[in-house]
Design a protein around this ligand. Structure first.
Ligand code: NAP
Length: 281
């Protein structure tokens, strides 16, 4: 089987490394010739090109470009595809992508690997990135079963745990555990950086250790990706943000009124909920 990858960055590059290890022939397309050259040198792909024509022999294609380019990329790709070719994308939002792509290509199946890191681009690609991470597949009722089955079979080989959901359920769930944390973490960093007393700000920077590193990490990732999450999952993200603000206001209220018992109840319940959440994985 020939696997095609469009967008040889962190996710596309990491998929290429793993698929080649599995013995698949990997054809890669990226925007810049320099990225294509690095991809071949690093063993991410067997062949690379800046032209989508390279994918004329591909059986399964992963679109790994930034979110806003996924639908336009499929539109440009369809004239080159084999009739039975299956196309998927790895975009972090699904509602805005899956319906449109399904109309452009009937063998399209939306998906989203729930793995990543702060760095981006081909040089951040790493083998084994997806091991023991969730991989969500988001078919529509109209999506052909054979396309879902083949995609499942291939991504299972990455060592992922597969989940299925509708695009809308996916977007509501990731708003809570991925997109909201990015916004909270960003606002944390912003608030700390705006401390008016320079001595205190400097001291805080010097004292920052693992707690701050953990809570600020997800807000320090690819800024373009954070923006796309907000633009393309706006509705679900706003619901999560408003719920979060209510919880924060509640905490502010308890502290203002010195309602220590109520605050303790929240802290105990969070402690337990997180422990259960992590244990269930
Ligand atoms: P990335 O490292 O910036 O990689 C994206 C690559 O797409 C770039 O390296 C760029 O390659 C290429 N590209 C841009 N425009 C293109 C075009 N018109 N045609 C072909 N290639 C093009 O970003 P990423 O983190 O891998 O994210 C890619 C996708 O994965 C996004 O849709 C994102 O939502 C999804 N995703 C990301 C994460 C994460 O944590 N990062 C996790 C899961 C899913 P050049 O170097 O050639 O310009």
């Amino acid at each position: 089987m020939n696997i095609g990858i469009i967008g040889l960055g962190l996710i596309g590059g990491s998929l290429g490394l793993d698929f080649r290890k599995q013995g698949y022939s990997v054809l890669g397309v990226s925007r810049q010739q320099s990225t294509c050259d690095i991809a071949v040198q690093k063993g991410v792909v067997d062949e690379s090109s800046t032209s989508l024509e390279l994918l004329a022999t591909a059986d399964l294609i992963f679109i790994c470009t930034p979110i806003h380019l996924i639908v336009p990329t499929l539109e440009k790709l369809t004239p080159y595809l084999k009739p039975q070719a299956i196309v998927t994308d790895v975009g972090s939002v699904k509602g805005a992508i899956v319906g449109n792509c399904g109309q452009l290509w009937s063998n399209f199946v939306g998906s989203h690997p729930m793995a990543g890191k702060t760095e981006q681009g081909i040089n951040a690609a790493q083998s084994g990135l997806f091991v023991n991470t969730p991989y969500v597949i988001t078919p529509l009722e109209s999506t052909p079963n054979f396309a879902v089955e083949i995609l499942t079979e291939i991504v299972e080989k990455l060592g992922c745990q597969i989940y299925y959901s509708s695009p809308e359920e996916h977007d509501r769930a990731v708003a809570w555990i991925s997109h909201l944390p990015v916004m909270i973490s960003t606002s944390l960093v912003q608030a700390c950086g705006k401390e008016q007393d320079l001595n205190i700000r400097k001291l805080a920077e010097n004292l920052a250790s693992s707690g701050f590193r953990d809570t600020s990490r997800v807000g320090a990732g690819n800024p373009e990706l954070g923006l796309m999450m907000a633009k393309y999952n706006r509705q679900a993200l706003l619901i999560s943000l408003k719920n979060y603000r209510q919880n924060l206001d509640q905490i502010i209220d308890y502290i203002t009124r010195e309602q220590w018992q109520e605050l303790e109840e929240i802290l105990v319940s969070s402690h337990q909920y997180r422990a259960n959440f992590i244990q269930s994985k």
